[in-house]
Design a protein around this ligand. Structure first.
Ligand SMILES: Cc1cc2nc3c(=O)[nH]c(=O)nc-3n(C[C@H](O)[C@H](O)[C@H](O)COP(=O)(O)OP(=O)(O)OC[C@H]3O[C@@H](n4cnc5c(N)ncnc54)[C@H](O)[C@@H]3O)c2cc1C
Length: 485
């Protein structure tokens, strides 16, 4: 008998969850509030140019690597056009005020770059590599997904990476280099559990990839779901979860339509799910736990074009750190200059922290109705960022702004509280509160998406496999999924 399941949210989390369950014989329906599926994974088009939102690069996608195995199992690999980064020895270039560091492909190459940039810190680098190499090994195989303690195995894994680096006696420069990955995923190093930092860094060291210029990964996920017989309802969001005696009965949509289902998966922020549950169906402790969770920072981003005849594509990412006193990074700018879907233009993108205080004035306004002064404020910030970037990249010829988005845009587009780019902050101080979020206190209600395990496409898809394990039970999960992964 087919199990009926409804999934709220058609982002990378909801769609991968839906594909997994559809492949395992469930009758799946995905509900998406926006007109098109994809959430943050969805790219949009301005003046004929595809602008990526929540995918700038992906790690661990070479044959046999972890994200590739997930994509192979989902049956989407062949439809995703990618290009491998790092061909010229650089995936990321970190620019600090007084030195440069290039992150290459491979843990050995990374170690050798660390040793040549920080020649006086060989002992510290021994310590760093002793912590990093097992993480690279671990995520090279999906076995860790099914292990009891998953990616964290020793007490050391739960300590803040910043504390470990201080204990090793790293200089501020070396600490700052190691701090970039954790800042990028929204957790300051002094709060970032070592296993979390190491796994994120390891995934990019294994291999890093960019989407091809025109790639719309959201449609690949959605089409795969439909080819498996899944249903996707867009443009009508979930308004309320129907539950009785702490058991799920179905869902009411914004249009008023009611859908019955014994199994419901919320692939949106847990605080959004909480707000949809009838008050009496939620245990006070669960409410307290979810509503108190801190979220990650948001992002301000811009896309612009430059003249392709006067610029070369930069085949790696650039991270510019504002300052790194005592090895702590206060803010970073991310630059990408790459081929676009229009031959005579390159696409120039900048991402930086969202500075919520900057957009507070428009907090209560709705997308598309924020007024002229909001547009002017965005353009002013974009101009400043572009001018600042020229001090690093040199003059940008015929630079024309295509689009900007702010924390408010992210908040409204995907209902992420405060526009949090990476959802719940997986910091040491809320490790316990943020763990095991796949399950809830309501029977038949599960969670998926970036909030249940880790953010990024890898973390989000991994979270879907996990939730599937809870729904299907260990034995069935092993037979129908794990043995083929
Ligand atoms: C600017 C930015 C850059 C990023 N860069 C990268 C990167 O380079 N590499 C990487 O791996 N990751 C990156 N990420 C992170 C990555 O995009 C996310 O981790 C991932 O897309 C999250 O997927 P999700 O399904 O959990 O959430 P979402 O994409 O937020 O999906 C949730 C979906 O639920 C829908 N929804 C919300 N409320 C309702 C409702 N009531 N009813 C119905 N539907 C609803 C939303 O509209 C949305 O479609 C980036 C994120 C941002 C913001």
């Amino acid at each position: 008998m087919k199990h009926r399941v409804i999934i709220i949210g058609a982002g990378a989390g909801g769609l991968s969850m839906a594909i997994i369950l559809a492949k395992c014989g469930f009758s799946v329906r995905v509900i998406e509030k926006n007109r098109f599926p994809g959430g943050m994974m969805r790219s949009y088009i301005r003046k004929g140019i595809t602008c990526h939102t929540g995918i700038h690069y992906l790690g661990a996608l070479a044959k046999g690597q972890i994200l590739r195995r997930f994509f192979d199992w989902l049956g989407i690999t062949a439809d995703i056009s990618l290009e491998r980064m790092g061909k010229k020895g650089i995936i990321d270039r970190y620019i600090f005020n007084d030195f440069l560091f290039d992150l290459p492909e491979g843990a050995d190459a990374y170690e050798s770059n660390l040793r040549s940039v920080f020649p006086r810190e060989q002992k510290q680098i021994d310590g760093i590599m002793a912590m990093l190499k097992p993480a690279v090994e671990k995520i090279s195989s999906p076995d860790f997904l099914f292990a009891e303690h998953r990616y964290a195995a020793s007490p050391e894994d739960f300590r803040p990476v910043g504390e470990i680096l201080d204990e090793l006696g790293c200089s501020p420069g070396l600490k700052a280099v190691l701090s970039v990955p954790s800042c990028w995923i929204g957790v300051p190093p002094d709060q970032c559990p070592a296993f979390y930092h190491n796994t994120a860094l390891a995934s990019y060291l294994l291999s890093s990839w960019r989407l091809k210029e025109n790639m719309q990964m959201a449609d690949v996920f959605a089409n795969r779901l439909i080819s498996l017989g899944g249903e996707l309802i867009c443009g009508d969001g979930a308004a309320a979860i129907l539950a009785e005696n702490r058991e799920v009965k179905g869902l009411r949509l914004l249009s008023g339509r009611e859908l019955a289902a014994p199994l419901l998966i919320g692939a949106v922020h847990p605080k959004v799910i909480l707000s949809m549950l009838p008050a009496k169906e939620v245990r006070p402790l669960y409410r307290k736990r979810i509503s108190r969770l801190k979220d990650t920072h948001s992002i301000f981003a811009l896309h612009a074009t430059v003249d392709a005849s006067r610029h070369d594509e930069i085949p790696y990412n650039i991270f510019k750190m504002d300052s790194c006193e005592k090895g702590e990074i206060s803010d970073l700018k991310y630059y990408q200059l790459r081929k676009s879907s229009v031959p005579d233009k390159l696409l120039f993108s900048i991402l930086t922290s969202g500075r919520p205080e900057h957009w507070q004035k428009w907090e209560k306004t709705q997308s598309g109705r924020r007024g002229k002064d909001y547009t002017e404020a965005k353009e002013k910030m974009a101009k400043q960022l572009i001018a600042e970037s020229e001090s690093i990249l040199g003059p940008l010829y015929d630079c024309r702004l295509l689009d900007t988005y702010t924390p408010l845009s992210i908040r409204d587009r995907v209902s992420s509280p405060g526009g949090a780019a990476y959802g719940i902050m997986r910091s040491c101080d809320q490790l316990l509160a943020a763990s095991m979020l796949n399950r809830t206190a309501v029977k038949g209600l599960f969670l998926a998406g970036q909030n249940v395990m880790a953010p990024g496409i890898l973390g989000t898809v991994m979270g879907s496999f996990h939730t599937a394990g809870y729904i299907m039970g260990a034995e069935r999960f092993r037979k129908e999924i794990a043995e083929d992964l």
